[in-house]
Design a protein around this ligand. Structure first.
Ligand code: LMR
Length: 401
């Protein structure tokens, strides 16, 4: 039965971590997978999470199933965090949120939901995007196409190309947008550009699916919500896949959420029942622990403040490393301008390194990055920055630019 099956290629991102773990080079540096690292290169558990876990351990009385769409209070706090206190979509009961196993789980539930209820819709993804995006949508049976997004010359958003692309998307299709901290480029639209994007999306009759995996990693919880605030206009429909992997450091607890925004409260009730049916036939109901931690923190003013401070520390460290990397590269290779790294936001930057240069970094220096040139800026530390920049300068010189 299985003899004819060929091996699948390694995952473009997680496959690199597997290779990194096997590498015996003592100076190896992992700039591939998107996990936050502190100055010592460790991925810490936030203190607010530790405290919430202590409380949960004391209080927990049962491991019985959660409801299909998860912990109700977790879902309410998620909506508050995403939309802010008194958003009309929430108070008008036009939203429904389901707790999911991570942001990837939310995307997969969204994909299955779209496939069941809009089977002819194509999902448009940015060029470039997170490599798992098209795979998730295609695995659910959907077609995917790309829209223009990144301007390699300016290392920023190609807003003209993006708006022109949106204006070609047929009504009834879905556009997957990165709410902030675009993965893999680190290039985000400005507030004014988000307004133009929302105008174009709704003028065409396209459904936005907002992937919100990095809330708080760009400029802060409030500024990072600009895309959502612009898109969540009165009476519109949308989908939001959010994640607590990065901003709560809950990677392996798999906690995220799918929020559906409908035109009316009546539609929200019906859609909620369909989302539940999608989940029931997939993983039945979500794991509890991660969602319970998030609820505990968001429900307690002191814990919440502590978490917000810890999130700010993570964000500030990444932005500090952006500055240090730019300054160090300016010394090591003055002929090449890396200032754009400082302007980009979130965990990632598209360095402009070619696949050949990335391969050389791995082979010669044990430095792991994604082959499209994406680096995880959080993997840079004050001690590895100098050798890293030396290595980057060396491979750029070796390959002639
Ligand atoms: C990444 O892009 O590195 C992260 O989102 C982790 C993943 O699952 O790929």
């Amino acid at each position: 039965m299985f003899e004819h099956i060929q091996a699948a290629p390694p995952d473009a991102i997680l496959g690199l971590s597997e290779a990194f773990n096997k590498d015996s080079n003592p100076k190896k540096v992992n700039l591939s997978v998107g996990v936050f690292k502190d100055e010592s290169g460790k991925t810490p558990i936030p203190e607010a999470v530790k405290e919430a876990e202590r409380r949960l351990l004391e209080r927990e009385k049962s491991k019985s199933y959660l409801p299909i769409d998860g912990l109700a209070e977790f879902c309410q706090f998620t909506e508050q965090l995403l939309f802010g206190g008194q958003h009309e979509a929430v108070t008008g009961k036009r939203t429904h949120t389901a707790q999911t196993p991570g942001g990837t789980g939310a995307l997969r539930v969204a994909a299955d939901f779209i496939h069941s209820h809009m089977p002819n819709a194509t999902v448009w993804v940015s060029a470039p995007t997170w490599p798992n995006h098209p795979k998730i949508f295609q695995s659910a049976g959907l077609k995917t196409k790309e829209y223009a997004y990144f301007d390699a010359a300016s290392h920023g958003v190609d807003i003209k190309g993006l708006l022109a692309a949106i204006n070609q998307i047929p009504a009834g299709d879905v556009i997957c947008l990165h709410a902030c901290c675009h993965n893999p480029t680190g290039a985000d639209p400005t507030a004014e550009q988000w307004k133009q994007i929302a105008d174009a999306v709704y003028a065409r009759g396209i459904l936005p699916l907002l992937d919100f995996a990095y809330l708080g990693f760009g400029d802060g919880l409030q500024p990072d919500g600009v895309a959502l605030r612009e898109l969540a206009r009165p009476g519109v429909e949308m989908l939001i896949a959010s994640s607590y992997s990065k901003n709560f450091g809950l990677y392996n607890e798999r906690v995220g959420a799918l929020t559906v925004v409908t035109k009316s409260a009546e539609a929200a009730t019906k859609v909620a029942s369909q989302v539940k049916s999608t989940i029931r036939t997939n993983y039945s109901n979500p794991p509890s622990h991660g969602g319970a931690i998030v609820r505990e923190i968001l429900a307690d003013a002191a814990l919440r403040t502590q978490w917000e401070n810890e999130l700010a520390e993570m964000r500030n460290r990444i932005n500090g490393m952006r500055k240090l990397f730019t300054e160090t590269m300016a010394k090591k290779l003055p002929s090449r301008d890396f200032k754009f790294i400082e302007k980009q936001r979130g965990m990632f930057s598209y360095t402009g390194l070619t696949a050949q240069q990335v391969d050389l970094l791995k082979e010669k220096f044990g430095i792991y990055a994604v082959r499209d040139g994406r680096i995880n800026v959080a993997g840079i530390t004050t001690s590895n920055c100098e050798p890293l920049c030396d290595a980057i300068a060396a491979v750029i010189k070796e390959t002639g630019g």
